[in-house]
Design a protein. Sequence first.
Length: 207
Amino acid sequence: MREGYHHGNLREALIEAALGLIAEHGPAGFSFVQAARAAGVSAAAPYRHFRDLQALIAEIARRGYERFADDLEAAWQDGRPDPLAALSRCGTAYLSFARRNPAFYAAMFEPGFALQADPGLLAVSDRAFAALRRAAEAVCATLPRDRRAPALMVALHIWTMAHGIASLFIGRDAASRRAIPMSAEELLEAGVLVYLQGLGVPAAGNA
């Protein structure tokens, strides 16, 4: 817990304080006044940088999506050495981000408002999804044209699978997680493999 803001960058101090509150209470579990108090400033001070709590949460979510997109793009590595291996790395990167950045992850996916309400936030979230869509397109391209599933559908299904596993087994509240006899990464890898085999995607090395 920070001791309070005394000097320097007020905007960053508010973001840091809000991240701590999100980690403890979730994005909807505190007020703008509480964020100011956690940063050690007056209730009026945050308005110098953010119009309200939603704007503060949106900035945190935007930064989270930027890091998230960077991680997914780095994991993809232009599909090397093959699309399936690269997609597997994306899945690992997805869960790793959720594990390392629970407060950012919560702000990104539980902001309390629609992404469409903030065009900048929507744009960076689209960039993160685009990384998964590129991976899905490359994997689908390993199939004959007449047997390819729509890449958008595949990307959405894999996103849903990864997000569900992250939410159930990597969430902020460790006490509420169900125990499973494998790691979250192993669960996702197995789920994606079964899903892709159902689509007829050949295993790595058998393309």
